[in-house]
Design a binder for this molecule. Sequence first.
Ligand SMILES: [Zn+2]
Length: 334
Amino acid sequence: MKKEAKKAVKKVAARAVTKGRKKKATNRRGFIKIVAVLVILVVVAFGVNFALGNPLGGHVQTFLENFQIQEPARVAAEGEIRVHFIDVGQGDAILLQSDDNAVLIDGGINRRAITDSLVAYLRDVGVTRLCYVVSTHPHADHVGGLPTILREFEVDHVLMPDLMHTTNIFAEFLEVIDEKNIPVSMPNRYDENFFSAGIIHMYVVNPGHGPYRASRDLNDVSIIIRMVHGETAFIFTGDAEIPAERRMLESGVNISADVMLAGHHGSRTSSHPEFVAAINPSIAVISVGEGNTYGHPNDEVLETFAQRNMRVYRTDQLGSIVLVTDGTTITGPR
Ligand SMILES: [Zn+2]
């Protein structure tokens, strides 16, 4: 790996740690600011009323009532989230989109034509800014297109596992993060594990605490996001394999979902029947390249899904797949 790349790795790793701490402080400062502004508004409203000879009169009351009406941002199930499983051949790229909020999970392989079509897809559906870019793990079929994505779009935040990797494409990803000074979080399910972009609510359910053993564990360190919208949920499993699936089952973390992305492109090393049973999904999506040399998806995995009467959508058969949830119902291609 190039010297500068190594430097970028170190810088980003160090920044991720301090960012985590800084974020909490910033949140606290933000809260204090909001309270201060409210106090000022109430005092001003009170002052105006008092000057008008109407102390504690209608205006203050109305202001407070209005504030209370506007306050609850807890109507989680209102609005639609569109989940795009974008066809990037053999790889993953998933877009979560709701109004102006968008999250991209992985960016497909590093091949010019594929990355160009990914960028075009995002522009076509109206994405200009990504609240989060998630790099599930540093393998090329996931991180490959992400350096370009970071250059082409405004990106607020990057999520990635706390594991460094020594390939050029991953180093490039880190270099762009550093160049554009994008905040990085390296979540795990024991502390910082909830992220949201508008109504897109995401829980990171894997990995648990590190440190992780270099490349042997790369797939199992995949960031797995469980997205919850109202009564519906989706789980995006990255390339996590059976050891990671077992660890999630043992930990008792909530993985239930209506839609699961079949782990590792439908490989037999993932989607163990017990893991699928614990998720209890009605739909599986397999993000896989047509005629790939890995034999993905595997017959055993397809059999697991068939036995559970699950609906299976495959990007090698359908191209890009869009599922829409309104918090109660999930609709997809027929
Ligand atoms: Zn993969």
